[in-house]
Design a protein around this ligand. Sequence first.
Ligand code: SF4
Length: 351
Amino acid sequence: MNTETRKRLPDILLAWYDQTARVLPWRDDPTPYRVWVSEIMLQQTRVDAVMPYYENFMSHVPTLRDLAEIPLEKLLKLWEGLGYYSRAENLKKAAMRIMEEHEGELPVRYEDWIRLPGIGPYTAGAIASIACGQKTTAVDGNVLRVFSRLTADVRDITDAGTRKDIGRLVALSLPDTRTGDYNQALMELGATVCLPSGAPRCSICPVSSLCEAFHQGNMQSYPVKPAKKKRIIQKKTVLIIECEGKFALRQRPVGGLLPGLWEFPVLEGCLSVRECRDMLREQGTEIQGILPLDGARHVFTHLEWHMTAYHILVKEQYGPRDWIWASREQIRDDHAIASALKTYTGHVVAR
Ligand code: SF4
């Protein structure tokens, strides 16, 4: 990217952003707290999926102090459905640290944001530039894609060296004023025009005249990526065990997948009705009936759960010591159930 292109890019993008930026709740009043929460929710989650959670979260946890003081179980319940729950735990840890070590003053500088739990270089740059007026980059997947196309970069985009070089190029293009808006404009272009899958919408792109891939006519060849690894498939059997209107739940261990969340008992493998019955009888449970439910699939980053499920009526609230028994209302209001099981949470709560 030559110096002339770097100079023109911010002016064109800012003018386009002023006219077309999406109306988003955290853009109305971009205080550091509101931008921080939005950026954490937006990690690995799409804007349209975050919107309803953001409004609800802000109405329950409107300030830093509220976030530092909210019980973790209640916080996870508010986060239920967004997934990647460690984000919520880190948000609370960071809030507690700011209250204890910085007298409740949210940081301003990139260097201070990045020291907090759950905050990496992109998030620190986004908050510092958007909410605190700092001249820093915020290079996410959208920005990497846009720049790899603008410059027709033939190197592997997953390579750390390539990403570092693109980051440097983005830094060189930063305007002296409105850096936060420029960062948001780059992200907005990636999210709404220079799309990741399918064809980029070059016919409406404000920077097509500066785009090397567009001039070459091979926009979809960028960014260059290595062949994808296949996800690991894990088969699971979910047991919705009901006794007198209460359901067996257990808490997932800390340190594994979905730590600390609640789940209906989940067994390894795809068990038949007979195998489930035999297994429960062996542990001394008296069964009144077993109803097979529809299967479900949940995709994590590196693996997929393919689930078989049974709704099982039992005579007594009996089972391993780590089980608890919860009513529909408690499942709906008090326990954060792993979103991987949302099909079955819906089955229980909707009845
Ligand atoms: Fe992306 Fe096309 Fe715009 Fe280039 S012209 S930045 S490929 S949308």
